[in-house]
Design a protein around this ligand. Sequence first.
Ligand SMILES: Nc1ncnc2c1ncn2[C@@H]1O[C@H](COP(=O)(O)OP(=O)(O)OP(=O)(O)O)[C@@H](O)[C@H]1O
Length: 294
Amino acid sequence: MMPICLSLQHVSKGYGAGIARREVLHDVSLDVRRGEMVAIVGYSGSGKSTLVSLLAGLTQPDVGQVLFDGAAVSEPGPERGVVFQNYSLLPWLSALDNVLLAVSQVTPGKSTADRRDRAMHYLELVNLAHAKDRKPAQLSGGMRQRVALARALAMDPQVLLLDEPLGALDALTRGELQKELQQIFLRENKTIVLITNHVDEALMLADRIVPLSPGPSATLGTSVEVALARPRNLAELAHDPTFVQLRAEITQTLVDSKRKAPSSQQRQGISAPKYQPRQLPARSLRRPSALASS
Ligand SMILES: Nc1ncnc2c1ncn2[C@@H]1O[C@H](COP(=O)(O)OP(=O)(O)OP(=O)(O)O)[C@@H](O)[C@H]1O
């Protein structure tokens, strides 16, 4: 078995002070093995971004620790690349220059030509070579997210932290990028932590899925292994008994954890993880409304 690469050990994190303090994450523990793709699935507002910020070293836990290769994480580092939901590209730079900027940070001794080759390689990997000279404003949401992914990959991090990277995209573009992400994962063999509120997306991509209960004081549940062969195709998987069973199991865990959550949750208007109902088989185990009515 591969060694543990990234680890959260009994981590708690809250915001505010005194009586205004609100605990977002409580006693969260997670071990991610090298080469593994772990998906963390949770409701909106449950603390998923806080979790990524902790893994990235952008914020520090109040209790517990975050370890990378056994050493405490205290700041962001090039071995942990992050892709956020909102692209975060520099608007005045072309797609190529956005990637080049990242390449320059990790290859200080290389020639300009070498850096450019490397940046182009990653733009090609995300099928964007043709749009290399376009500025972010001239790119669609899906294309911007591809640039953000190319930029993160170009730094050759050991771990990729993907914080709802496809969350801002329409369903069709999302489906396309899920396929590309799968190809990249298979080719690059990276360790990936994917944060998502889509159960199907997690099942399509991950080796293991960990449910995050709704906050406040959200915590990770028992992880579920996704024993489905790759490459995976969501349309085909909709008829696969293992897929259907895993989806029902994970959804039920999330629904149960929401039921058990403090009643203040309902008042905060937290929305449920999204389904892609058109892919449900006719004799699906759960109706989409099961989540909404819980
Ligand atoms: N810097 C901060 N200061 C105070 N409260 C914060 C801060 N960051 C997050 N929170 C609160 O912590 C809770 C969890 O936020 P977080 O962004 O981690 O959740 P999330 O699951 O990523 O949400 P979403 O899916 O909506 O992006 C929210 O109630 C949020 O308002």
